[in-house]
Design a protein. Structure first.
Length: 585
RNA sequence: UAGGGUGUAGCCAAGUGGUAAGGCAACGGCCUUUGGAGCCGUGAUCGAAGGUUCGAGUCCUUCCGCCCUAACCA
């Protein structure tokens, strides 16, 4: 219940703007259209894993149904067995459930309607509205008036009737039945709607309804050797299910006249197609075809490689459904093409994780620190707050001892301006522990820093300064003896360009892949409480970011953490700016 | 080229003739035992040009940019 309150809009009380889709629905409902019934659906094709862009339209459909007391169906648009598989069906179902989408008992498949569609196709033939055509795919294209390049100009010739267009009804019926019976080779014939070869919308120039294709279908097996096309399937499936508002993406706007034409010919229940812009995200690609390519050609490890924008990857990375809901709610629904800044997604994630992720200390690149005035064998357990944003999260005890690890980058021999961390002679706070002062730097033969010697001030236990003295830096740390080892995988954007698809002539979008998108750290030292971390658990490593126990590879004794997202880091920003300045010089 | 869309700050996005919401980012500042979080503050005349109107981002005209389609994919 809390989930619903959090994630879906209350259109009555919210002052938030109402998008154009909801406006249409509100006025349809007010006008008593469909007897006040509202029914949406989300129709994925099971030809890949779904990504954050799909989450937007799936949630839109689901939320709208909920907000207005309607129903929501999940329907797989499985009309092309060459590209589809049950692996994809399973992943899509898993991802949608994870997102919190509920279709109750209404899980459907377009393939469930193959028989009905076939029957309707015969009806169209009998009505003289469809015919069997023997033209090859290339010929059909040519007859339809394929665009031709003439120097700088592109000419769209008018369409020309197929020589088979005026076959008699009986012949068409006979040929269509024999197509189904498997009497003709793949690709040799199609069933086409008889509409208008001169229509300015190419989709109306006698579109193909059925093609012959001997491919085993993941659900219907070898029952069919003819398969209906998207155009012939989609609207009719919507109609069968009683969908009132059929929301799809902009590229189908051109298909709407055809969607309407079929429904009108059949004189069946007529859903309304509404198109919304598809989502793009900066620094990644959102196209199943391109994501497939990244997987198949090994640029990433799998569909759920944490760098991917797929939902299964985001889940593995540590994204939460709540963060995705918040994000989708914020980006809006329009018809204008846009690229959303991934920083917004990350912002939504941080908002959620900040509230809920327990804090721990983990050192990613350890540097040994010896507290020279601390008793050799002493161990103290210091109280640390689990989540300053959530009083109910309580506290825990963290062991402190003479030998510690701090972050390598928290020490500098010659610190630049504004570096508040440890340096020779400087005093900093160890979070929840003590104030320490660096007294000595020990180096090896290669002049690398081996360890740091410090003294601590016993009066500052817990990190307090009883005398009120000011300390600017606070560092995270772990006790060397108590720390557990861990592997941490740092991720950056998959691509180094905001729009990876924007390339110069002769360049390939794959050249925009970010070579640093994944860095594996195997020598991390983590506070002992993390030994109990379970697969999928999320933590904030203080001062570093949010990390999630990897669900796939965390099998051995040492846990593996994926960096979900960094904390906002104004020091890093400052450094970047300084670098920029020195580069200018 | 034809047909269909779209154009409000760096990125999203409200606005439906009455004088430009909000969010992200950026930049200042406050606060801080996470350089985290939180808090406060800072930016646009609305693709362009004409026109209608007392008044236009909103209406009209022309122009320009960008996107989609031109698969027996969806």
């Amino acid at each position: 219940m809390a989930k619903d309150k959090l994630h879906h809009k209350n259109i009555v009380s919210d002052q938030e703007p109402i998008d154009f889709v909801r406006q249409i629905i509100i006025s349809d409902l007010a006008a008593g259209k469909n007897s006040g019934r509202l029914h949406t659906r989300w129709p994925p094709e099971p030809n890949g894993y779904i990504h954050i862009g799909h989450a937007k339209t799936a949630l839109l459909n689901y939320w709208i149904a909920k907000e207005f007391g309607g129903k929501f169906n999940l329907r797989f648009d499985d009309t092309n067995p060459e590209k589809e598989s049950s692996e994809y069906i399973e992943s899509i179902i898993e991802d949608l459930r994870w997102l919190g989408i509920d279709w109750e008992d209404r899980l459907y498949y377009a393939s469930d309607y193959f028989e009905q569609l076939y029957e309707w196709a015969e009806n169209l033939i009998k009505a003289g509205k469809a015919y069997v055509c023997d033209l090859s795919s290339e010929e059909i294209s040519r007859y339809r008036g394929k665009a031709i390049r003439d120097g700088d100009k592109i000419i769209t010739p008018p369409g020309k009737d197929s020589p088979y267009r005026n076959r008699f009804v009986e012949e068409n019926l006979d040929l269509f039945r024999r197509m189904r019976a498997g009497e003709f080779p793949d690709g040799s014939k199609t069933l086409r709607a008889k509409i208008d070869m001169a229509h300015p919308n190419l989709n109306m120039r006698d579109p193909v309804m059925y093609r012959i294709l001997r491919t085993t279908h993941h659900r219907t097996g070898d029952q069919w050797c003819i398969y209906p096309t998207y155009d012939w399937t989609h609207g009719q499936s919507d109609s069968i299910e009683g969908i009132t508002h059929s929301i799809c993406t902009l590229e189908f706007e051109n298909h709407r006249p055809l969607y309407d034409w079929f429904l009108n010919q059949l004189a069946v229940f007529h859903p309304q197609q509404i198109e919304v812009a598809r989502m793009n995200l900066s620094y990644t690609v959102l196209s199943k075809r391109k994501l497939l390519q990244l997987v198949e050609q090994g640029y990433v490890e799998s569909w759920n490689d944490p760098r991917m924008p797929t939902l299964s990857a985001l889940r593995r990375r540590g994204y939460t459904p709540a963060a995705i809901h918040d994000f989708v709610n914020r980006i809006g629904i329009t018809k204008s093409e846009s690229i959303i800044d991934v920083a917004l997604l990350e912002h939504c994630l941080r908002q959620d994780l900040n509230k809920h992720a327990p804090r721990v200390m983990g050192v990613l690149a350890p540097l040994k620190v010896i507290i020279t005035n601390y008793p050799d064998d002493q161990i103290e357990y210091l109280t640390a707050i689990n989540n300053p944003e959530d009083a109910t999260a309580g506290t825990r005890n963290v062991p402190f001892s003479k030998v510690l690890y701090i972050e390598e980058e928290d020490f500098m021999e010659a610190p630049p301006k504004r570096f508040y961390r440890l340096a020779p002679g400087r005093e900093v706070r160890l979070r929840y522990a003590y104030l320490i002062t660096c007294t000595n730097v020990v180096k090896d033969e290669q002049n690398n820093i081996k360890e740091i010697h410090c003294t601590y001030d016993p009066a500052t236990r817990g990190g307090n300064t009883p005398d009120g003295r000011e300390v600017r830096g606070t560092l995270h740390w772990v006790s060397a003896h108590h720390a557990i080892d861990g592997e941490v995988r740092l991720y950056e954007h998959l691509f180094s360009k905001e729009n990876p698809l924007l390339v110069d002539e002769g360049e390939n979008w794959l050249e925009n892949l970010n070579p640093n998108s994944r860095i594996v750290l195997t020598d991390c030292k983590l506070e002992p409480s993390l030994a109990a971390a379970k697969s999928g658990d999320l933590f904030q490593f203080e001062r570093q970011g949010y990390f999630c126990v990897d669900r796939v590879d965390s099998k051995s004794a040492t846990p593996i953490f994926n960096r979900t997202v960094t904390l906002r880091d104004s020091w890093a920003k400052l450094q970047r700016r300084e670098e920029g300045k020195s580069n200018e010089k």
